[in-house]
Design a protein around this ligand. Structure first.
Ligand SMILES: NC(=O)c1ccc[n+]([C@@H]2O[C@H](COP(=O)([O-])OP(=O)(O)OC[C@H]3O[C@@H](n4cnc5c(N)ncnc54)[C@H](OP(=O)(O)O)[C@@H]3O)[C@@H](O)[C@H]2O)c1
Length: 377
């Protein structure tokens, strides 16, 4: 029996499913569809039924060549561009408004946001207010201005918000912090290696080889953004510590985080096309930092930190020289590693380590959140 028929049959018989719209068909969005398609039931038995998929150019709704719930069908449609452009012509939906009119329905609905779009995150609070659940991998909703974060928090009284994939690609970071608070603990500190790229760079830097060489190697391996300054400036890490801090009950604004970029002003000033030729501008300062750390038997680590100092929380992002017995020392590869101090984890922190990036783990984190919502309804 064809997968679509099977799904259609199951639709008649299975328990009530929640409709799912997936926004974004890039690395993460495709991995979401693939993961759903790999499950025997395409998510049905778990209560998920994919009904809409969109990127910034094309929106595809079930009933238009793909049966509701047929994740494999949606995946294949987005794999074959030509076929899709024909379907788009037959679709009665406005591709300029790819978020679709999903709120005009009485059925429960989850939007999975696998975009990096400000315009999409700007709608999270409205969707929640309309009773639409939101699950997201995008940091722009929770990791920027405090006002945006607050409007999402207000929306949480109307619908559920899944943000596990925004920091650590689904590692149980936000969940652990929230559970500590629910258990009556005050979180007194968080220190984390929150960028796989920067983790890799400093796990490999030995002070002998120029740092710029390693940056080139990381870029060739696909670990950096196309412009490596986007990783080295620490802005992405700043968004992550903001999300963790707010989950810990510390409502700080974006400007409250002190970020010390690795990118010197001269390198920041050059055009994107000239970055490679000027990467050696990184080398001298880092060689000196490495030599000083080595002399003190310490290790250089790019750390995002939230610390309670004299009754006030201070958030910082930047390179630190840490003693070898520090909980963040000893990671490997591109792993994220986060140490959390609280009332119960006072002397020794709770440490969580694992792959903190990658499409598959991020997709799994998004679907875990969606499944949690489906189970709770
Ligand atoms: N990749 C990872 O390992 C990872 C890990 C953790 C978190 N994340 C986060 O996950 C998100 C997605 O990452 P990615 O690597 O998959 O990015 P990507 O490959 O660049 O894909 C982004 C997708 O979003 C779509 N999009 C943009 N604006 C849209 C709109 N208004 N409506 C619907 N779709 C829209 C794009 O459409 P077009 O194809 O038409 O441009 C594209 O399909 C980002 O926020 C990222 O920070 C990624």
């Amino acid at each position: 029996m064809k997968a679509a028929n099977l799904i259609s049959d199951r639709e008649q018989t299975s328990k009530r499913c929640i409709n799912v719209t997936l926004l974004g068909t890039g690395n993460v969005g495709k991995a979401v569809l693939q993961r759903l398609a790999q499950w025997d039931d395409n998510g049905f038995e778990h209560g998920l039924k994919i009904t809409h998929v969109a990127n910034s150019r094309v929106a595809l709704a079930s009933g238009e060549g793909v049966v509701a719930g047929d994740a494999k069908g949606f995946f294949e449609a987005y794999q074959t561009g030509d076929d899709l452009s024909q379907r788009r012509a037959s679709l009665n939906c406005d591709v300029k408004k790819p978020t679709l009119d999903i709120t005009n329905t009485n059925e429960p609905h989850i939007v999975i946001d696998a975009t990096a779009s400000e315009a999409v995150t700007a709608r999270h609070a409205t969707w929640l207010g309309d009773g639409v659940h939101v699950v997201t991998a995008c940091k722009l909703g929770q990791g920027t201005e405090l006002s945006k974060w607050k409007s999402v928090q207000s929306g949480r009284q109307f619908a559920q918000y899944g943000d596990s994939a925004t920091v650590g690609a689904g590692l149980p970071l936000l969940r652990s912090i929230r559970e500590l608070r629910q258990g009556g603990d005050r979180v007194t500190g968080i220190a984390g290696v929150l960028s796989g790229t920067l983790a890799w760079l400093f796990n490999h830097y030995d002070g002998m080889r120029p740092f710029s060489d390693l940056v080139r190697q990381a870029r060739e391996a696909g670990y950096t953004e196309p412009d490596p300054r986007d990783d080295l400036c620490g802005e992405d890490v700043k968004r992550k510590i903001l999300i963790l801090a707010r989950a810990a009950g510390v409502e700080i604004d974006a400007d409250d985080v002190e970020v010390t970029s690795l990118v010197p002003e001269e390198l920041q000033a050059v055009a994107a096309t000239d970055v490679d030729a000027n990467l050696s501008l990184l080398d001298t300062a880092l060689r000196e930092r490495f030599a000083a750390a080595y002399k003190n038997r310490e290790k250089l680590i790019f750390v995002a930190e939230l610390k309670l100092v004299d009754g006030r929380y201070r958030a910082t992002v930047g390179l630190q020289s840490l003693p070898l017995d520090h909980p963040l020392v000893g990671g490997s590869g591109t792993d994220n590693k986060v140490a959390i101090w609280s009332d119960r984890y006072n002397a020794q922190p709770l440490v969580i380590q694992g792959p903190g990036a990658g499409a598959e783990v991020t997709a799994a984190g998004l679907l875990d959140d969606a499944l949690r919502i489906a189970r709770s309804l």
